[in-house]
Design a protein around this ligand. Structure first.
Ligand SMILES: *Cc1c(COP(=O)(O)O)cnc(C)c1O
Length: 389
């Protein structure tokens, strides 16, 4: 059976061009980027080129890019590293975020509340998953030092109004961090246009390798290391650099700069075909997230009277890889914190299905998915009706 992979927000296949770019750095170009000799310099230069590719994709300069072990680590470095910096600790202990952040942000904020004496405001969102800007503005206090709001949500795909947040903050000394892991490649991103001071990126959501990411830190923003060791990444992230991974991330960003816009357009068309196809053939289904301000690859749907887990299992048997929203919480049966914050009733939230398309997705795959989904939903609803549940 052929695999139809519609879970690109969980991870993506590494692009063959990315693999080709990485391969020499496992074998003949194996130097440690900190070494003085020519093998070390070769690795160091390759990393520099990757840093330029990542930086230019988001309108940053290369010296503002810090490579990390992925999106989760970048979120931790941004929030813990900023809030924990001695100067910032003295200035205040209040952080503002949203209720729909990725757990890498939410759990880091909860850690700071429990262990470090910080105060965190979790702003609500509307029914489309857009942050409540009035609540955000009203929660800014004298001791607010940091606002962390994602650029695009991983479960429902809604794009958040970061530029408005910058306008609200004005020139107050409050840093703005955004987790842009789901936005990268899905929209044009410019750190200066958005007015953010820190931005989290991850390679494996954009056809790069797993276990490598970056944190953009605007020049002058005080962020200390959260791990301790050598002086790598200009003293912010110790540890011998993952040179093949970083080179791969750089290549993935180059490919986004080259093909990103065309891919987006194609993916958005296929996503619309998917949503319209399902809506036309299945009753009692709603599209979660903002109808237009959403990333092209995301279709998050709630099927009334269907258990999301049952949908996933039936789709899997038909070769289709989908998700209930977040790969990180799929082991638990807790309803999604994102849908809960959006006010989606629990019985509807249980019927959530997230389909996320990618550059390899075809029209045939979409049509097969619509057909399969239609019959699977009928079947599950039939069984539920027969059981009287
Ligand atoms: C996947 C994801 C992360 C975590 O990135 P990793 O590289 O897997 O650690 C963080 N934030 C968002 C929004 C994500 O989708």
């Amino acid at each position: 059976m052929k695999t139809i992979y519609l879970d690109h927000s969980a991870t993506t296949p590494v692009d063959p061009e990315v693999v080709q770019a990485m391969l020499p750095f496992f074998t003949e170009r194996y130097g440690n980027a900190s070494s003085i000799h020519h093998a070390g310099r070769d690795a160091y230069d390759a990393m520099g080129a990757a840093r330029e590719s990542v930086a230019s994709l988001i309108g940053a300069s290369p010296d503002e890019i810090y490579f990390t072990g992925g999106g989760t680590e970048s979120d931790n470095l941004a929030i813990q590293g900023y809030a924990g910096h001695p100067v910032n600790r003295k200035r205040g202990k209040h952080i503002i975020t949203s209720k729909i952040e990725h757990h890498a942000v939410l759990h880091t904020c909860q850690f700071l509340e429990r262990q470090r004496g910080h105060r965190v405001t979790y702003c609500g969102v509307d029914g489309n998953g857009v942050i409540d800007l009035d609540e955000l503005a009203a929660s800014i206090a004298d001791d607010t030092i940091l606002i962390s709001v994602m650029l695009a949500n991983n479960e429902v795909g809604t794009i958040e109004p970061l530029r408005e947040i910058r306008r609200i903050v004005g020139d107050r000394p409050i840093a703005i961090h955004t987790d842009a892991v789901q936005a990268l490649g899905e929209m044009d991103i410019d750190v200066n246009e958005l007015g953010v001071d820190m931005m989290t990126l991850s390679a494996h959501k954009v056809y790069g390798p797993k276990g490598v990411g970056a944190l953009y830190i605007r020049r002058g923003t005080r962020v200390g290391p959260i791990m301790h060791g050598g002086g790598h990444e200009r003293r912010k992230r110790p540890g011998t650099e993952n040179v093949p991974g970083i080179v791969g991330f750089g290549k993935a960003c180059e490919l986004l700069a080259r093909d990103g816009a065309a891919v987006r357009e194609r993916v958005a068309r296929l996503r619309d075909r998917l949503v319209e196809g399902v809506m036309a053939r299945v009753d009692d289904v709603v599209l979660n997230g903002h109808p237009t301000r959403r990333i092209p690859r995301n279709a998050s749907l709630c099927f009334r009277g269907c258990e999301g887990e049952a949908l996933l299992l039936h789709l899997d048997m038909a070769g289709i890889c989908a998700s209930s929203g977040s790969a990180c919480t799929s082991q638990s049966l807790e309803p999604s914190h994102v849908l809960a914050a959006m006010g989606v009733p629990i019985e509807i939230a249980h019927g959530v299905l997230r389909l996320t398309l990618g550059k390899g997705t075809t029209e045939e795959e979409i049509d097969y998915t619509v057909d399969t989904l239609t019959s699977v939903v009928d079947k599950i609803r039939g069984i539920s009706a027969a059981l009287g549940v």
